[in-house]
Design a protein. Sequence first.
Length: 110
Amino acid sequence: MNDHEHNMTYDLMPNRCAWCDRVIGPEEEVFGCGAKAMPGIDLSDREGKILPLFLALSRKTVPAIVVPMDSQAKKEGNDLYFVICSESCGQALKQALQMDKDAFGTICLN
């Protein structure tokens, strides 16, 4: 676990890109992408918190926001939401998530 992973704040909105870890300034455009947890994974006790999500094949831990039940993201079918700095980081993150899903059939939580 690196210093950034150890210091992830679990109750604040992240100000870093989930993929490249770049600080996103307060005046910069912010992007996001959602993901669905695999069936059987109960995240209800972590709603509204940031969860370190380990992507084994990328050997990277990314901060995922566990969306609250009453949120728009949840209504759109997402269980997790990632703050990203650009569309290219979003594509890279989605690809890494898909690779882990294809290889392991689940997401890896740490």
